[in-house]
Write a protein that binds this ligand. Sequence first.
Ligand SMILES: [Zn+2]
Length: 309
Amino acid sequence: MDRYHATSGFTPRLFGIAPAALVGLDKILQKEGTVLKKCTLPRVFFLILAWAISSGATAEVSVSPGGVVRWPGAGIDRCGQAGEVWDADGDACWYPIDLLASEGDLQLSRWRQGRKETTNVRVSPYPYEVQHITLEDDSQVNLSAADLARVREENQRIGALWALSTPRRFELPLSAPLESLPEGGRFGSRRFFNNQPRSPHTGADYSAAAGEPVLAVADGMVVLADDFFFSGGSVFLDHGAGLISMYFHLRELAVEQGSEVRRGEVIGSVGQTGRATGPHLHLGLRWRGARVDPSLLLAPLDQIPTISE
Ligand SMILES: [Zn+2]
């Protein structure tokens, strides 16, 4: 749970006085406390200081790569990051942080009655485990030229989905993709197949019996439903506002490209098609192109790192 832990604090801003200098001053005042107690001037100074700290505060939140940050506030119109701008979701901006986002500070923006506000979040170091997987079928690890060409063509079809821009049709938290949802696993794990490094795991795996119904996490439209080399029987749903959910290794698909689905509707059944070592549901989420941990948006939202208003 630590990886979802939000830290928030305040950055003292007073006439450019560095926090370290303030700490030093604080120590001196404590030391000289008996003398200073009798003097009202330092008290006034401290009152002003306290006011400056609380009113000029910038929130500091840390988030894991693949996490989501929320910045609530009344009357927000739009939200922005890295040159992209989108409409606020009611009284909050949501910022999905890509799994492969670099460690360090990231600037977030929002607009309230035309006035821009900015803050920083800190992307923490990559926290996920290393996973070694052994596959008997080596052709799924060292691809033939024909398979490589197939994968490239599939990746182009899939990649085109991240740019979709349709009206928002989802509610958070999302609805569970299985009737009984076990804990999701291995989001972000750095994977070695037959001792060879491969892309990190960009979704969450849920163990389930083959044939178990797979359910849509929100209302949406089927934008891709096909058999793919790595992900096997796959369904991609567009939920609007840049959110795409994907369901991999399905045994059967119950929907076709272009179908409308409702939250909780059956879209297929659990299988182990594609590159999978056993039956399970792989659920992936892209939100405005960012690979985010699905388990974060399936759980109660109080675990989402939140910037104070
Ligand atoms: Zn998976």
